[in-house]
Design a protein around this ligand. Structure first.
Ligand code: ATP
Length: 235
């Protein structure tokens, strides 16, 4: 299996080295893109590709959560979500799937994920990417302030989107100077405009459940997987 990062070799899938695998000491800056990916779609993929290029990341790790503390559980298995994600990124160099949240089971807390990444990569700059929609609920995340001890947070915004009011803590972290993200390994908050396609996994699930087409919203090989495994057929 290609493009796969996994610390626990006997877990969800078997990993093998790929051309994207780099030793930890070679990684200066990596991105972390968490989500349910239920299923992964072009909204995720386009933004992932853009931030990888904009920040010249050595890697962008897409990390599917086992169970989001803020969402209902999925109709499909974590293994299905992981496989769809792997299919979607298989031809894109630098995009890597990381299964650590699935290995941990239970609720997935980003603070635990960042802590384990920081332990593995003590000198690497970590950029945690999230959309505006996720950022507005940041204060509901478990130990949200501690996220900044391990990583910078980059909020992916729509071009010309309205400014979000920040609390005192976030105001102190906030910077408009992108170079600060490479001179420090964690602790800053930055806003990055990206192309945001108006696609959501919720809409894809609804379309599939009602027999409507989901073509052009996500990669064809993922659609094929959904059909093969008869996923998302329940309303
Ligand atoms: P759902 O509809 O099930 O809530 P979703 O499509 O919003 O799912 P998630 O997996 O929950 O996808 O999102 C993971 C991350 O991807 C979040 O940071 C979210 O802001 C971002 N994201 C989701 N959809 C888009 C999109 N269309 N464009 C850009 N970013 C997106």
């Amino acid at each position: 299996m290609d493009k796969f990062v996994n610390n626990q070799t006997d877990s969800v899938m078997t990993a093998s080295p790929s051309k994207d695998w780099q030793s930890c000491s070679e990684l200066k800056m990596i991105g972390i893109y968490g989500g349910t990916f239920d299923p992964v779609h072009y909204g995720h993929l386009r933004t992932a590709l853009e931030v990888k290029e904009i920040f010249q990341l050595d890697q962008l790790r897409l990390i599917p959560c086992h169970q989001s503390p803020l969402k209902n559980s999925s109709q499909v298995t974590p293994f299905n979500r992981l496989q769809m994600l792997q299919l979607a990124i298989q031809d894109e160099k630098g995009l890597v799937c990381d299964s650590r949240e699935l290995d941990r089971k239970g609720h997935s807390y980003m603070v635990d994920t960042l802590k384990s990444l920081r332990e593995e990569l003590p000198n690497t700059t970590l950029l945690l990417f999230m959309g505006n929609d996720a950022f507005v609920h940041l204060s509901r995340w478990h130990q949200w302030q501690t996220l900044f001890a391990y990583a910078h947070i980059v909020v992916m915004t729509r071009p010309q989107s309205e400014k979000i009011p920040l609390c005192d803590f976030l105001t102190q972290c906030f910077t408009t100077d992108k170079s600060e993200l490479s001179t420090k390994t964690a602790g800053k908050l930055f806003f990055q405009p990206v192309t945001q396609l108006d696609i959501s996994a919720t809409v894809i699930r609804k379309l599939q459940a009602t027999g409507r087409s989901i073509r052009f919203l996500l990669p064809d090989n993922v659609i094929h997987y959904i059909e093969q495994h008869t996923l998302y057929n329940l309303p």
